[in-house]
Design a protein. Structure first.
Length: 91
C-alpha cells in the first residue's frame, strides 16, 4: 500500500497526520501497517494529534490494520456490517 510508513518515527508520523486529517473529515480512517512496532508508533502519533487538537478519538489494531475513529463520528451508531465496510482500508 502506498501509504504504508517507512520504518521510523518520521514515516509513522506522516501516516498518522494523513489518517488524522481523514478522520477529521470522514469520522474514521484505516490503513494496513504490517509491522507491529510501526503500528504502535502510528497509534501513539494519532493519540498525540488528537490530544493537541482537542479531538476525542480511539485507535485500534485489527490484524494488519491501524484504525482511528472520532468519538463523535456517526460510525458508532451504524450496524456491524456498515461499520466494517467503513473501516475497510483504501486500495
Amino acid at each position: 500500500m502506498d501509504d504504508a510508513p517507512v520504518p521510523g518515527a518520521d514515516g509513522a508520523r506522516r501516516l498518522a497526520e494523513t489518517m488524522f486529517a481523514e478522520a477529521l473529515a470522514a469520522g474514521q480512517s484505516t490503513r494496513a501497517v504490517a509491522d507491529d512496532a510501526v503500528a504502535d508508533e502510528v497509534r501513539q502519533a494519532l493519540r498525540d494529534l488528537g490530544r493537541t487538537a482537542d479531538v476525542r478519538l480511539r485507535t485500534a489494531r485489527m490484524n494488519d490494520l491501524v484504525v482511528v475513529a472520532r468519538l463523535d463520528a456517526a460510525i458508532w451508531t451504524d450496524d456491524t456490517a456498515t461499520m466494517r465496510a467503513k473501516l475497510t482500508p483504501p486500495s
